[in-house]
Design a protein around this ligand. Structure first.
Ligand SMILES: NC(=O)c1ccc[n+]([C@@H]2O[C@H](COP(=O)([O-])OP(=O)(O)OC[C@H]3O[C@@H](n4cnc5c(N)ncnc54)[C@H](OP(=O)(O)O)[C@@H]3O)[C@@H](O)[C@H]2O)c1
Length: 203
């Protein structure tokens, strides 16, 4: 049966690769933050609820959306910097699951996105590391506490080849991974039966 997949962050570097991979055999609903076929602000519960009410028959939710994470030296970071950093990638992704349990089907799968910075940190990366660790901890615990057959996994990619020029100076010596390879991990999470997994790609 063709799976119906809601891809949030569809206009981004990873999102576009996920879509190229899934469109081969899935019914993909593309959701951007400010552009795209549909939009959502994952930092707003109301916006998530509105989206889910439109597409409450999906088999899978994928999130590769984030903005606003502060990269700065630890000695300059403020409480507000950490709070801002949490809004979309941490609280937004968690809220996608919390609202999804109420509004989506009993066997929906959730695939969230982190990255390697909580395990292989860079200078200026404390907020990103904090957010990744929180999302991964949430997913591990949520997997054993799902009220029905829902599943949850996290994809943790290395630096993407397609983002190398932009981030090269922040990631000296970190091997990049092609977006198409990262996209396979989302397929594995959606199509497989595993849950509570942190799927590392490229590191
Ligand atoms: N790029 C990398 O090398 C890399 C490596 C490891 C992990 N990651 C992680 O993977 C995720 C995606 O990265 P990316 O490089 O693909 O990002 P990107 O190219 O900057 O794209 C971000 C996507 O998120 C959407 N978005 C931003 N804020 C949103 C919000 N509040 N609500 C809904 N959608 C929102 C954007 O939509 P609009 O543009 O339409 O507003 C866009 O589609 C991030 O969590 C990032 O940390 C990236």
């Amino acid at each position: 049966m063709t799976k119906k997949v809601l891809v949030i962050g569809a206009t981004g570097t990873i999102g576009k690769a996920i879509i190229a991979e899934l469109e081969r055999d899935c019914d993909v609903i593309k959701v951007g933050g400010s552009s795209g076929d549909h939009t959502v602000d994952i930092a707003s519960s109301d916006s998530i609820v509105e989206l889910y009410n439109k597409f409450n028959d999906v088999d899978a939710v994928v999130c590769a959306a984030a903005r606003g994470i502060v990269f700065a030296p630890l000695s300059e970071m403020t409480r507000d910097d950490y709070l801002q950093s949490m809004q979309s990638k941490q609280l937004g992704q968690i809220d996608l699951v919390v609202q999804g349990l109420k509004l989506l089907g009993k066997d929906v799968s959730f695939t969230l996105t982190t990255g390697l910075l909580n395990c292989d940190p860079i200078a200026t990366g404390t907020a990103a590391a904090m957010v990744n660790g929180a999302v991964e901890g949430f997913a591990c615990a949520a997997a054993i506490d799902m009220p029905a057959q829902q599943r949850i996994n996290v994809v943790s990619p290395a630096l993407l080849l397609e983002a190398l020029e932009k981030y090269r100076n922040f990631f000296p010596g970190y091997p990049p991974v092609p977006a198409a390879t990262v996209a396979l991990a989302y397929r594995k999470s959606i199509m497989g039966h595993q849950t509570g997994q942190i799927i590392r790609v490229g590191w």
